[in-house]
Structures are given as C-alpha cells and as structure tokens.
Ligand binder design. Sequence first.
Ligand code: F6R
Length: 627
Amino acid sequence: MVPDRPAAARLDVVCGIIGYVGGQPAQSVVLDGLRRLEYRGYDSAGIAVLDGSGALLVRRKAGRLENLEKQLGTDLHEGSCGIGHTRWATHGGPTDRNAHPHVDCTGRVAVIHNGIIENFAMLRTELEAAGHELASETDTEVVAHLIEDRIGAGDDLATAMRTVCRRLDGAFTLLAVRADTPDVVVGARRNSPLVVGIGDGETFLASDVAAFIAHTRDAVELGQDQVVEVRRDGYTVTDFAGLPVDGKSFRISWDLAAAEKGGHPYFMLKEIEEQPAAVEDTLRGHLANGRIVLDEERIDEQVLRDIDKVFVVACGTAYHSGMIAKYAIEHWARIPVEVEMASEFRYRDPVLDRATLVVAISQSGETMDTLQAIRHAREQKATVLAVCNTNGAQIPRESDAVLYTRSGPEIGVAATKTFLSQVAASYLLGLGLAQARGTKYEDEVVREFDALATMPALIAEVLATVEPVRELAREIARSKAVLFLGRHLGYPVALEGALKLKELAYMHAEGFPAGELKHGPIALVEEGLPVVVVMPSPKGRRTLHGKVLSNIQEIRARGARTIVVAEEGDTDVRPYANHLIEVPATPTLFQPLVATVPLQVLAAEIALARGYDVDKPRNLAKSVTVE
Ligand code: F6R
C-alpha cells in the first residue's frame, strides 16, 4: 500500500488551551490553568476575556507565560468568561503577532487553536479575496475570519464553529468566544485532545485536565469531530453536522497536589522521586486470580494466540521502552518483535496482517507519529494495543486494547517516571502474551510478576543512594560530550541516558551498543571524555559481562573517564571505574528499572549545573501532536 502523503502545511503548533465560564474572574482562572499547561508549549501565551458589557479584551505576548503576566500587570479584567493559550511554534515564528488568541476583522470573535489546519493557505486566499485583513502568519487566524462570515450570515457561535470545522482539513482543537454572547465558550476537536471540566456553577474546557484540576475532578471527554458549547450551568455536545451526541464522563483519579511541585524546585526532580510509586501503581491489580489482566481488553484471546509477529511503535523515550519490551516479549512469549520509530513505520510499507500485533507506547496518547502508525496498522487489519499514561487519549481510543501506565501527571517535559512505568507495562504485556500463548506455565507467570512487584522497593533504594551522582554531575558539567555504552538490556538504558542528557543539558551525547564500539565509535574517545557504561550483571551471562569489561579497558587505554553503572557486588569492574554507581541486583530483564534512574539524575544535575530549566528544555514540548 502506498503510504499517506505527509501533511503539506507546516504552520503548526502544539499547545495548551483552556476556556472558562463561571462565577470567578476568568482572567485569573485562565492564567492559573495556563501555568499548569505551560509544559505543552512555551513560545508565547495569550488570553481573551469577555465581560457582560460586550467588551472583549485580548492580550498576547511572545515568550513564556510570565511575559504575558508582566504585560497584564494590574490590567485585571473583570469578565467571568475567557480563553487562554500557550503555544509551541514550529513555523510562523514565536512572535507577539503570531501568539493566540486571534481575532476577526470586527475584533468581536477570538479563537485559539492546537494542531494544524492543512488547507489554511487556500482558505486564507479566499478570505483575503473577500476583503478580510489577516494580521498574523498563522493557520489559526483563518478560523476567526471564517466564523466572522458565518456570524454575519446569522449563525450563533456554535453553529458557526460547526460550519467552519466542516471546511477544515487537518488536526485541531479550537476554542472561540464572541463578545455578543459573553457567557458561552465553544470548542471543537478533531485528532487533538479536548476535555470539559464540570464545576459547581462553572464549566471549563482544556486540552488537559491539569488545567482545571484545582477546581473540579469531574470531566467529560469529547469524541472525534465534535463541537461543544459550554455555559455556567452545563454544556451541549454535537457532531459537526449538529446532531446531539453524549460525551463520556469520568472522574479524574489524581488531585491538585499531584500536579504541584511538592517542595521540589522542579517537577522533573519530583517525578524522578515518584518512580517507585509510578511503577507500583502501574503493576497494581494486573494479577488477579493468578492471571495477568489488561485495563481495557477488546481483543479475543484467540487473536493473541494466533499472532505471529509483534511491532512496537513509539517515539523518543517511549521508543526506548519499546526496545526493552522486545527483550521481554521475545523471551517470555517467544514471538518475533520488531521495534520501530513510529515516524518511520508507515512510510516503509511494513508487512502487516491479521496475525500482527502492533503495540503503540505513548505517554501522552497524542503523539501524531504514533497515532498515524496505528491508523496505518489498523487499515492493514493488524490488532493494536496501546500502552498509555493518559486516560481516554486518542491512541488508546483507536486501539483494540489498552494497558495504562499509572504514573499520574508528568509535567516535566523530559519523560522520567513515565519511562519506568512504560518499562513495567512492557513486562506485564510480555507476561500477558506468554500466558495467552501458553509459553509459560501459570505459576511461572506469577513468579515473574512477584519478582517484578519487588522492583519499586529497589528503585527507591537507588534514589536513596544517588547523592554521589549529583556531585559527579557538577564535575563533568563542563565536558563537551558524553558517550553512553550498554549491551543487551543495557543498550536501551544507554540510549535513554544519552537522550536525557541531550534534551536537558544540550550536550552532545550518544548511546552505543558496547559491542559496536570497535566498529567506529571508539574513534570519538579522547583524553578525559566521560563515558557512561551500563554493566550487565556478573551473574548469569558471564560472557557478556567479561566482554563489556574488555570494552571498558579499551576506552580507558585511550584516556576515557569511565562512569560505570554496575550491580552491587560486581567487584571485577571496580578497578576500571573512575566513578562507580552501584545499583541493586535484579533479575536480568528488570535491570533497566534500576539502571536508568542514576542516568536521569545525572542528566538533570548536569543541566542544573549548566544553569538550565530542566522542566522546560528549549525547543521541546511535552506532547507532539504534529508529524
Ligand atoms: C523525552 C521525551 C520524548 C517523548 C516522545 C514520545 O524525554 O519525553 O522523547 O518520549 O515525544 O512521547 P509520547 O510518549 O507522549 O508518545
């Protein structure tokens, strides 16, 4: 099958959005919500607030939210209905002019948007020909002007939104307010997330429940191609044709404290500390009556028995957890597994059929590359299972089964606790497949699960002894580059360590399989270069241990400064480690759960020593809802 054409337009954004109508000052509710959404994007921010007198106040500013707050100063608007936006631009630069909200020619309609409107160029030409003046370079602004036209034709705001959405191609969440109806916010969604928060005499709309968790835990999830009108006393949902539909209500299982920093200077540092709980919660309840159970299984067991191949598709850190899933699934369930970057998957026309299981791993459940990969897989009749941290996100919605990683909200842009949870979920999946296919006896599955259940305590042990890593980080913070080596399960750990260092400390960092070293990368080694080596366990696969030991000697002979992550009691490696980081002994497959933690701390501490904000690394956003 010929792969879909990649989207043509690239005036896209990955953003946080919030809308509010109720009894509180909208400006402070919206700004507070934006603060919690800022991890989604932080190139610019803006708000629009309405008051009963028919005034529409719009303020927007390039840079972080604090720039907008400074600009607002004492300019506190009294309105009780408003929308707000925090932006991550890829094109259409992060300027004041391109910041949202965008208004129509009359200045009476304001719109914010997350996603891409692929046919905006054609719409823009049409609008300009009809006399509209567009003030920004964004795709979003066309929506404000299209709504203006529909209102001119007599539509109310929700009807106008529906009509306009039918003309849009691409992925979008849109919110709009109109000065003439100061107690209504209208939202629309296609492919991008949007949830309604139901308060007492107040209603919220947001791309993520974190935006309104301080006010309510009752939420409604919107489906694909739906428009919602929210008022103080409730909401109405329709499809794009105007037919009424029901949203799916749910209660948010975490609270405000979970989304706050809890005494840590950065969310990321708190999230690293939360890893034992994240793994424990992810495992909880998945062994019932001696059997592994998934959260939402819509796959017949016979289908799992019949599959002859597994593809794991994911991006970034989630991809690294997929590499670990491969080891676990192949070892326990004896099915061939291929791990593939989701962004590459559908473009090479992979061989998929009814006997293929595609596992999509995604913290956000929104990553467009991964979403498109599973859509392609389903078109080819493959069965899709999602591993996801976000209840009801698009990827689990479009999958046949879901295994949720119960890490709670992860606000730091760099994934930490969700990585360990994804790894834990991968083990559950491996055991579940082994159980379904009978490649392990039931008591063996239970024994493995019980061993897995001891891992949170071992992760806590690592965290309790991680202080020397902080000192080490300060020492190597001025290095130009760091190499990471690992073998077998140590290889994905090395890749993850390198990725964390790149994204947080902006340092050149590469992960290699230790065995590949002699085939090229060893040329990079020079006097004083820090090289992190993840040692395999000295038990069991002794040959592998000996081989990595030889690799360490090879790099030391060429001047490398070795930082070795090794199992407690691995005395053989001690003479060759300039810095030894000991982690508790674990069953071989589970080593990534302990070995990754010091590397997360190392990256965070190096970044802090270099003066960077570890929660918001430059150029990144938490959810990447564009391809
Ligand atoms: C790295 C990081 C990213 C994400 C990737 C996939 O710290 O956070 O590499 O892992 O963008 O995101 P999800 O898991 O939301 O699909």
